[in-house]
Design a protein around this ligand. Structure first.
Ligand SMILES: [Zn+2]
Length: 117
């Protein structure tokens, strides 16, 4: 065993946040681990090209939208995961502050849109 092979003590000291539901035994080494919460799956409707084909007529389309918390292993910073589509073809991992700004902007846009509908 060389110095580079030394056991990483951060593995043993890492504590899951109260919202973590991850099975870390199956995530591999420390650099492959992360904490994640249960996922809220929102069935949403978006305006998208028919059949997902770019350039096609835009129609209301069902889309699965996942919201969860994630925290990298060894970090104290939590992020809000926004995953779009059943295979999460589009994802965002926002800081809590960014998620708050996004929610506020969405609320403002919805309020204005409803007022002028
Ligand atoms: Zn965890």
């Amino acid at each position: 065993m060389t110095v580079g092979d030394a056991v990483d003590d951060t593995d043993k000291e890492e504590r899951c946040p109260p919202w973590c539901v991850a099975d870390h035994q199956h995530q591999g080494n420390a650099d492959q681990r992360w904490h994640y919460s249960a996922c809220v799956e929102l069935p949403l409707v978006e305006l998208a090209p028919l059949g997902g084909v770019p350039g096609e007529k835009l129609v209301d389309t069902a889309v699965a939208f996942d919201v969860a918390l994630e925290r990298p292993w060894g970090s104290t910073t939590a992020y809000v995961l926004l995953g779009v589509g059943s295979e999460r073809v589009r994802t965002f991992c926002l800081t809590l502050e960014s998620a708050e700004r996004l929610v506020a902007a969405v609320q403002d846009a919805v309020r204005v849109g409803k007022r002028s509908a």
